[in-house]
Design a protein around this ligand. Structure first.
Ligand code: MIG
Length: 719
């Protein structure tokens, strides 16, 4: 075993000869270190056990179901296309192998291994974490710190800065699988406009393609694509097309033919391109582990960027496989044999049925194809969790070149740590279930801990039929998530904000407007989190150390200044909220009566469908502006500040041009606001380098509920 230390003190233990995933980018220095982990090698893998004390809590593991506290459940890292996120689902589309155990001491663990890992987080045995790594070559990173914040920060530091979308990526996006043609897409936009609902863009699902072929456009449904893209862009609307991992096997299809000629596809046991079946029928999977494939496939995105496209979503990149030809044939054969002149008993019937229903994403398929890594053949199973990561990395690298210095929107369904530097993720095919709204919230801090910041769930739910109440409640959460997208599956009821009653339309419109008002805060918190390796969404327990705060699972902190507590069940007019400290309750939709201090403790909070509630922490503030129809029209001239100041509050409002990468070189704007409470007044100091801000309107509340209003005007001079 080799061991290393990273600059920030992280310890690294190397077992065997791991595959380099480049999840961590911090350089490592060889150093003799002792590993106190209980690591056991077995024939079929490695097990690690970690003792759990009764007070220990577990955080992290990114995209997974379960609580904010991950204890008491089983999880698996093996990226899979999971259409139904039921309560006991152990794995989803991504593999995020970082977790923190927090009790008397706080420790972070990252297992850098691209194959299957299972975690029993104190499920069978409450006193133990039992991890099984399906291999013997991996790195384990151990991070220590005084608290969860420090440990998660250290981890974010070693895996490198997260992907940053353009500012317009923070707008509202509408999506649906089944907007059949460009007229329908235009109509969606028109309806948003007519109903005065802000919108930034529309996602294009499989419908735009010709026969599910990547980088093609259906001439029947989306002819004149370039003009269509440009027309909408003139209105400020971006189109975001989907790209699938599998390439259709079809003579005459240029991508297929180039892929064959260039030897860019994954191979089967015999060395022929591996064949699976997905949307287009038979497909080959680009071998993203090969440099040549990465740049070949990446460059193909230009076919769409040439039409003015500046954003993509990479789908089915676990990769999802509906079936293998052979497996289907076997199932059919079995059925024919069983059915012929026979009276099926119930067990044979189940077996027959299962033969068909279990065809998708079988473990055996992933043993049947191979990648080429540094000239060596490696079975997919061994590097399974890297597929979506490397697909998205190749998209990112190509788009950086193609779009020159312009930022672009990029999300992927499958990911593992490392991919966070190249794109965001949506959390896959959830359902229009209340429980998934709650899961959405719980997942946010875990995703941040694993480096993913540009995140969001399908608002309203992907599968199933959403109703107006659920959509409204969901938006009350989603307007705080960096990626805000309402998306739904083909075949289910429409769920655009206008698809329900007038009342729902009014409420959802106001919520989306509120999102645009809050952009200064959301963007600022996003960028500061990424730049300074902080979490944007935190469990309460990371900030407050009392017993209750540690157990709160249905409220989280958003940035430095705000706590949110969405309603996640039907029929409620409010809910109980725990205040770990005094906070200012905001009814954002009712500016006149939106203010009230809540004392530390548990309070019942009215939370109507018409409202947007959040809570400003003590000695904190939030910036906002008037709403706009899309981010091109964002007007920050008149910045507003809502503050709760008991003695002194400071806020650094971050901003930049929103489209270039100049922020990396330090081209950023800052508005530093300091409010100090004096005897009967406030002293306000502002240091502003943001030329778009000309005036700041303050509304300051103290713990006695006294409201003070002030106005500060300045034309780009420091105060
Ligand atoms: O097998 O492209 O998660 O967002 O609408 C389903 C159709 C394939 C899965 C994605 C979903 C998308 C859908 N896709």
């Amino acid at each position: 075993m080799e061991s290393y230390q990273l600059k920030n003190g992280t310890k690294v233990f190397q077992y065997g000869l791991p595959i380099e995933t480049k999840a961590v980018i911090a350089p490592k220095r060889k150093m003799k270190l002792k590993c106190d982990l209980d690591v056991k090698f077995q024939k079929d893998g490695t097990t690690i056990s970690i003792e759990l004390l009764s007070e220990d809590r577990i955080y992290g593991l990114g995209e997974n179901l379960g609580g904010i506290n991950k204890r008491g459940r089983i999880y698996e890292s093996y990226c899979t296309d999971t259409p139904s996120h039921i309560e006991d689902r152990e794995k989803l589309y991504s593999a995020h192998n970082f977790f923190i155990v927090s009790g008397k001491v706080v420790r972070g663990y990252f297992i850098d291994f691209p194959g299957r890992i299972t975690y029993d987080m104190g499920y069978y045995n409450q006193k133990d974490i039992n991890i099984k790594i399906y291999g013997q070559n991996f790195y384990i990173y151990i991070l220590e710190g005084k608290d969860e914040k420090e440990v998660s920060s250290k981890f974010l530091e070693i895996i490198g800065k997260s992907y940053v979308p353009p500012k317009w990526g923070f707008g509202y996006f509408q999506s649906r699988w089944g907007y059949r043609n460009k007229e329908e897409v235009k109509k969606v936009y028109k309806t948003f406009k007519e109903n005065d609902i802000p919108i930034e863009g529309i996602y294009l699902d499989l419908d735009y393609m010709d026969n599910f072929k990547d980088f093609t456009i259906s001439q029947e449904r989306f002819s004149g694509f370039k003009e269509f893209v440009e027309d909408l862009k003139k209105e400020g609307i971006y189109l975001i097309p989907i790209i699938d991992a599998g390439v259709k096997v079809e003579n005459g299809y240029d991508i297929y033919e180039e892929g064959m000629k260039g030897d860019y596809f994954c191979k089967d046991k015999e060395g022929k391109p591996y064949e699976g079946v997905v949307w287009p029928g038979k497909v080959h999977f680009p071998d993203f582990m090969k440099k040549e494939t990465q740049s070949w496939f990446g460059d193909k995105y230009q076919k769409l960027t040439d039409s003015g496209i500046e954003g993509f979503w990479n789908d089915m990149n676990e990769p999802a496989i509906f079936y293998e030809q052979e497996a289907l044939e076997k199932a059919v054969e079995y059925a024919q044999k069983k059915l012929k002149n026979k009276n099926l008993d119930v067990f044979s019937y189940f077996k027959l049925k299962d033969n068909f229903t279990s065809l998708a994403n079988r473990d055996s398929y992933y043993k049947n194809f191979y990648h080429e890594i540094d000239g060596k053949k490696v079975c997919n199973e061994k590097v399974h969790n890297l597929y979506g990561y490397f697909m998205t990395k190749s998209t990112y690298e190509a788009l950086r070149k193609i779009l020159k210095g312009k930022r672009f929107l990029l999300i992927s369904r499958s990911s593992s740590i490392g991919m966070h530097r190249y794109g965001g993720i949506w959390t896959g095919d959830n359902s229009s279930w209340w429980f998934h709204l709650e899961q959405n919230m719980k997942m946010l801090p875990s995703l941040n801990m694993c480096g993913f910041f540009y995140i969001g769930a399908d608002t309203g739910g992907f599968g199933g039929n959403c109703n107006g109440e659920l959509l409204t409640r969901w938006l009350q959460l989603s307007i705080f998530t960096p990626l805000l997208r309402n998306h739904s599956a083909m075949g289910c009821n429409n769920q655009e904000p206008y698809a329900f009653t007038k009342k729902v339309l009014k409420n959802t419109r106001n919520l989306i407007k509120a999102r645009y008002s809050l952009i200064p805060y959301i963007y600022s918190e996003y960028m500061k989190s990424v730049n300074h390796y902080h979490l944007m969404f935190q469990p309460l327990s990371f900030e407050f150390k009392d017993v209750l705060a540690k157990e709160i699972e249905d409220q989280i902190l958003l940035g430095d200044q705000v706590m949110i507590a969405p309603v996640c069940a039907p029929n409620y007019k409010g809910r109980y909220v725990y205040f770990p400290e005094e906070m200012l309750e905001i009814s954002f939709m009712h500016p006149k009566k939106m203010i009230g201090i809540r004392k530390k403790g548990i309070h019942y909070i009215n939370y109507r469908l018409e409202d947007l509630k959040f809570f400003i922490r003590k000695n904190a503030m939030i910036p906002y502006v008037k709403s706009c129809k899309n981010l091109k029209e964002l007007d920050q001239k008149n910045l507003k500040i809502l503050a709760y100041v008991d003695n002194e509050a400071i806020y650094n409002l971050y901003d930049d041009d929103g489209i270039s990468y100049d922020f990396i070189k330090g081209k950023r704007f800052s508005t530093r606001i300091k409010i100090i409470k004096k005897e009967n007044n406030y002293e306000i100091k502002v240091h502003n380098t943001n030329p778009s801000i000309k005036n700041i309107e303050f509304k300051i509340i103290d713990s006695e509920n006294h409201i003070t209003e002030k106005d500060i005007s300045f034309i780009n001079k420091n105060q």
